[in-house]
Design a protein around this ligand. Structure first.
Ligand SMILES: NC(=O)C1=CN([C@@H]2O[C@H](COP(=O)(O)OP(=O)(O)OC[C@H]3O[C@@H](n4cnc5c(N)ncnc54)[C@H](O)[C@@H]3O)[C@@H](O)[C@H]2O)C=CC1
Ligand SMILES: O=C(O)[C@H]1O[C@H](OP(=O)(O)OP(=O)(O)OC[C@H]2O[C@@H](n3ccc(=O)[nH]c3=O)[C@H](O)[C@@H]2O)[C@H](O)[C@@H](O)[C@@H]1O
Length: 452
């Protein structure tokens, strides 16, 4: 099928590549010329495992094209995805200007019926707005005979496993009550439904709410565990044992119950804000959602508080090693990353940061530029040079195997603060390190391994 995708970010680019890979003819359009020039050469604009190979293969096979010309995309795609950003407005509501402007652009150019598929995360009622705006634009062009069908098809991929998630979706939500659009979507997604039917059809508004409900539920689980971690810590209980204990109940499951230094990324914080705004607008007091957000706001300050508690003299002049800058492993995305809250707070306290991340160094430089209190180190272990303490913000695999004796020798305060509970507290205590996790019992370092 001929498909076009507006927006070649995390969602649009991965969706375009995955659809091309199953045999569709895809044109991806973006307003960012630099991105398009790079993508035409098969160079991904983001770090996602498996994406480079998928781009190369499908560009070579002639199934995947990139352009800045919206008119080419509108002429090509019978089905046109809208996968542009929906960032928060000041009041927390989702900014729909990019979605609506793409919809108007399509209606302003189309010469045949088109199906507009909203992939972006948008509040309930957006499909109705898109339908009204496209109809008005078509009517103003005297194209009253043309139809712009509007489908709500939210995306559930996770960054860091976007290609895998998009290639093998656990569900496909189609919000549309139009039989023509439904049939097109069934044909488009048929290759993803070979083993069993993954598609659920519903109305647009329900599909729009499914997306926010899913993200809010996942965020709630994390805030619940973070609150419980604080309680466990004050009781001297190990939250990791509690996590395993509850996760084994299939009604609870192991996913999304990892306590940590707060959830980040471009979506959970933004989507919670938007859902809170929708609730308020409709006279519903979003008590739970507000609490989920408040717990997360506090959680993002926790690493700093734990660090300050260990240095009663203050953090001014201290050198802190930071492992992990991306908001989660396997991505270079630092939007709302816990590392940013930590580093900015450390700088405000007069501390210096020596940081390393396997993928997000360029992104970190882009955000913070060159500054005296930030050293981006070539390797994980270089960060430890002249450092007082180590703080871990992201659970990259490359951080899991560590020579604890080396850590003790290098870190002046022999202190490791772990925002992801990567290690066994007993092992670090035996190695003579002060190890402070999230909801883990503190075990005094064994005196045998601590130099006099
Ligand atoms: N990042 C993620 O993991 C997920 C994001 N989403 C949702 O998908 C949407 C897009 O998110 P991302 O891909 O992360 O955003 P992004 O910021 O990475 O990409 C958006 C792209 O749209 C382009 N764009 C803006 N206006 C345009 C226009 N008029 N024509 C063509 N291109 C245009 C931008 O240049 C940019 O490349 C958001 O609503 C987000 O909430 C949904 C699921 C997962
Ligand atoms: O709407 C979106 O954009 C996407 O948002 C999330 O995906 P993403 O933000 O890419 O990554 P997650 O794996 O969900 O992690 C989000 C944050 O939660 C944190 N997290 C996750 C899981 C957990 O148990 N504990 C925890 O603290 C992660 O460290 C990270 O900071 C959802 O998982 C996706 O289904 C959704 O499509």
């Amino acid at each position: 099928m001929e498909v076009s995708v507006f927006g070649s970010g995390y969602v649009g680019l991965v969706q375009a590549a995955v659809l091309a890979d199953v045999g569709h003819q895809v044109i991806c359009v973006d307003i960012d010329d630099r991105k398009i020039v790079q993508l035409r050469q098969g160079i991904p604009s983001i770090h996602e495992p498996g994406l480079a190979a998928l781009l190369e293969e499908n560009i070579k096979a002639g199934r995947l094209h990139f352009t800045t010309q919206a008119s080419d995309a509108v002429a090509h795609g019978k089905v046109i995805f809208i996968a542009v950003g929906t960032p928060p407005n000041e009041d927390g509501s989702a900014d729909l200007q990019h979605v609506l402007s793409v919809a108007r652009q399509i209606a302003g150019m189309m010469e045949q019926d088109r199906t507009l598929v909203i992939k972006s995360t948008v509040p309930v009622g957006t499909a109705d707005k898109v339908r009204m705006e496209t109809r008005a634009t078509l009517d103003a062009r005297d194209k009253t005979h043309l139809n712009a069908y509007v489908v709500s098809n939210p995306e559930f991929l996770k960054e860091g496993s976007a290609v895998a998630d998009c290639s093998r979706p656990d569900r496909i939500i189609i919000g549309s009550q139009d039989p023509i659009a439904q049939a097109q979507m069934a044909e488009l997604y048929a290759p993803f439904n070979r083993n069993h039917e993954r598609t659920t059809y519903m109305d647009n508004r329900s599909a729009e709410l499914v997306k926010y409900a899913a993200n809010a539920m996942l965020a709630t689980r994390i805030s619940f565990m973070n609150e419980l971690a604080s309680l466990a810590e004050s009781l001297g209980v190990d939250i990791e044992a509690v996590r395993k204990g509850i996760g084994s109940d299939p009604r609870i499951g192991y996913h999304f119950i990892y306590p940590g230094c707060g959830f980040g990324g471009s979506c959970f914080p933004k989507d919670l804000k938007a859902l809170i705004h929708t609730a308020e607008e409709n006279g519903i007091e979003p008590r739970l959602l507000r609490t989920v957000t408040r717990i997360n706001d506090d959680q993002r300050q926790l690493l700093l508080h734990k660090l300050k508690a260990q240095f009663p003299e203050g953090l001014a002049g201290k050198s802190i090693a930071v492992w992990g800058l991306a908001f989660k492993p396997n991505t270079d995305d630092m939007r709302e990353a816990p590392s940013r809250y930590l580093m900015e707070a450390l700088w405000a306290e007069g501390a210096r940061v020596r940081a390393f991340d396997p993928e997000a160094m360029t992104e970190c430089r882009r955000i913070y530029g060159y500054r005296n209190d930030l050293e981006l180190c070539a390797t994980r272990d270089d960060t430890l040079q002249d450092a007082d303490a180590l703080v871990i913000c992201t659970e990259w695999k490359a951080f899991r195997v560590v020579d604890f004796d080396e850590l003790r020798k290098k870190l002046r305060a022999r202190l490791v603060i772990d925002g992801r509970n990567l290690f066994n507290p007993q092992q670090l205590a035996r190695a003579g390190l002060h190890y402070i996790g999230i909801g883990l019992p503190y075990i005094r370092p064994s005196s045998a391994s601590v130099p006099a």
